[in-house]
Ligand binder design. Structure first.
Ligand SMILES: O=C(O)[C@H](O)[C@@H](O)[C@H](O)[C@H](O)COP(=O)(O)O
Length: 320
């Protein structure tokens, strides 16, 4: 792995292009999926700063999503309710599954913990529970707590109970933490597993950067702006050599976790960033608003090689 290359370093410290042009697309009357053709709607080009200040354009009507796109920063979708968000998130995920299974014979999907799992619940309902080719799924965790797999804090348990137990993904394709190891040992073990899966071409790889490329990463965000187990002000946000690392002083309990690093997160082919509820409103205002800060929040460091799509409900987006 040539992780000391200039491009790997650069990708670990992506810049936030606040003044880049964005396209604001007010949509009326119906929920529009992430894959809707942009050209079929009215659009105008403004800067992200002015898009945020023109809040009157963002009024939500019943079951309406407002999309904002900015080159390199992603598409922002705001849903009337968490229920609408989960319907759209299921379609978005199922569409990628279909595309990657067709194109490369497998679908590598990365989960986080927290409320994201609940927001994936429509995937285990018809039509997706029957139409998705679950046998081709390979499931990973962007972060995991260093606890036993049957512990209430386990992200594996959360995903298993709420989602994985309901669909026929072969158990050998669900890559959970080795809970017999220390945090350091579990991070090493997970990275070794990823390297093996890159070698066997289950997981894609970017020769340019030297990091694995997951087909889809589904990220939550904490109210402090953390993603995965990469917390504001923690030195791990600058890790640019390892694929998987560990933390023993996580400000969010439990303290011991393993986590993908930013170069791996930012190598993804697609990232969905999902935030729901009023508790996320202030940090989203800071992350996407006009204010300038020298220190980027972890969520502002998410800047994938591929596509990024934000899924917010109207409470989370209420201060934008
Ligand atoms: O293990 C974890 O703690 C998570 O992976 C973490 O990064 C989570 O995704 C965010 O804290 C958002 O969680 P909520 O959506 O529950 O706020």
């Amino acid at each position: 792995m040539d992780s000391s290359s200039a491009s790997a370093r650069l990708r670990a410290f992506p810049s936030v292009r606040r003044s880049s042009p964005v396209t604001v697309i007010p949509l009326t009357g119906q929920l529009v999926s992430a894959n809707s053709p942009v050209c079929s709607f009215r659009s105008k080009t403004v800067s992200l700063t002015s898009a945020v200040s023109k809040r009157s354009n963002w009024k939500l009507q019943s079951a309406m999503a407002v999309q904002v796109t900015e080159k390199g920063k992603g598409k922002l979708q705001i849903f009337e309710s968490e229920e609408d968000l989960s319907v759209s998130l299921a379609k978005y995920t199922a569409d990628f599954s279909e595309r990657f299974v067709r194109e490369r014979g497998a679908f590598t999907v990365v989960l986080s913990g927290g409320s994201l799992i609940k927001s994936l619940r429509k995937l285990i309902d018809p039509p997706y529970v029957d139409s998705v080719n679950w046998a081709k799924w390979h499931v990973f965790w962007v972060d995991e707590r260093v606890v036993a797999k049957d512990h209430p804090d386990s992200n594996y348990k959360l995903a298993y109970d709420g989602f994985l137990s309901e669909v026929p993904i072969p158990p050998g394709q669900v890559y959970c933490i080795n809970d017999a190891l220390s945090a350091e040992g579990a991070a090493d073990d997970y990275e070794t597993c990823l390297k093996h899966l890159v070698k066997t071409k289950v997981v894609d790889f970017s020769a340019a950067s030297g990091f694995p490329v997951f087909d889809l990463m589904l990220l939550g965000m904490g109210p402090d702006g953390h993603v995965a187990s990469l917390f504001p002000g923690h030195p791990l946000v600058n890790e640019n050599q390892q694929w998987v690392t560990f933390i023993k002083d996580s400000p969010k309990p439990p303290p011991e976790r393993i986590t993908f690093t930013f170069p791996v997160i930012n190598s993804s082919a697609n990232i969905a960033l999902v935030a729901v509820g009023a508790g996320k409103a202030d940090i989203l205002h800071r992350a996407l608003g006009n204010g300038q800060s020298a220190d980027l929040l972890p969520v502002q460091m998410v800047s994938p090689e591929g596509e990024m799509t934000w899924f917010l409900d109207k409470e989370a987006a209420s201060k934008l």
